[in-house]
Write a protein that binds this ligand. Structure first.
Ligand SMILES: Nc1ncnc2c1ncn2[C@@H]1O[C@H](COP(=O)(O)OP(=O)(O)OP(=O)(O)O)[C@@H](O)[C@H]1O
Ligand SMILES: O=C(O)C1=C[C@@H](O)[C@@H](O)[C@H](O)C1
Ligand SMILES: [Mg+2]
Length: 224
């Protein structure tokens, strides 16, 4: 498998790899003019796995948290502190609709994006969604590495994460596919996503003999 293309930690990859293998070509044909959107809790791996998945499929990778930070010229903790969560959710909804509207791409969403109805509708309208699922201990171990998640700035981050699991898991479960974000080989998680797409949401299109994507990006939403 080819390595990760050039790109910054979260953002766009400038160079797309076009020497896709037959498996990637088949997945792209079945995907058509939809993106692949990764959803799930903080620490699920939407950003790191999303980058690898995009590299595997020769697609552009976009991380909506990063796009929001660029557009606002602030970090997410700064946005929450200065403007509050409601403001962040409004921007998030518009950014998700915009980036998913240019397809096909791999889009890593923020942890709360799929939870908010309008944003979930935007994901559903333009993407095949994949829930990256991990259990409490795995998520906590991963999010402890960085202090950049304002939702966890509470007196009891562990209790907050448990409540989020209770509230959000039934909503993430509405995604088109679910993949366990296991610790260990991140490439294995990418393989699991490909297999889940082939077995589930992309199966019908593949069986109908979907034609390769025309190469024309679909743009549903004007840029902000
Ligand atoms: N499958 C995995 N195996 C090992 N480590 C992982 C895996 N997935 C994510 N990680 C690690 O967990 C941390 C969080 O991952 P990442 O930032 O991709 O999560 P996220 O889902 O994008 O979270 P957020 O919603 O906060 O953006 C990173 O340090 C990453 O390297
Ligand atoms: O789970 C959440 O609500 C969030 C997750 C992050 O990706 C960011 O979008 C932000 O910190 C909020
Ligand atoms: Mg992320």
């Amino acid at each position: 498998m080819r390595g990760l293309p050039e790109g910054n930690e979260h953002g766009h990859q400038a160079v797309l790899t076009l020497d896709r293998d037959a498996r990637a070509e088949a997945i792209l044909a079945a995907l058509g003019n939809r993106s692949i959107a990764l959803v799930g809790l903080m620490g699920a791996g939407k950003t790191v796995i999303g980058r690898r998945l995009a590299a595997r499929l020769g697609l552009e990778f976009v991380d909506t948290d990063h796009e929001i930070e660029i557009a606002a010229a602030m970090t997410i903790p700064e946005i929450f502190q200065r403007h509050g969560e409601a403001y962040f959710r409004d921007r998030e909804c518009r950014v998700v609709a915009r980036v998913i509207g240019v397809a096909p791409r791999v889009v890593a969403t923020g942890g709360g994006a799929f939870i908010h109805a309008a944003t979930r509708a935007a994901v559903r309208s333009g993407a095949v969604s994949v829930w990256l699922k991990a259990d409490f201990e795995v998520l906590m171990r991963r999010v402890r590495k960085r202090n950049n998640r304002p939702i966890l700035y509470t007196s009891d981050p562990e209790g907050t994460m448990r409540r989020l699991i209770d509230i959000r898991y039934p909503v993430y479960a509405q995604a088109d596919a679910t993949v366990i974000s296991r610790d260990g080989s991140q490439d294995q998680v990418v393989q699991d996503i490909l297999a889940a797409l082939e077995a589930g949401p992309l199966r019908a299109a593949a069986e109908l003999g979907a034609q390769p994507w025309s190469g024309q990006p679909r743009n549903l939403e004007p840029d902000e």
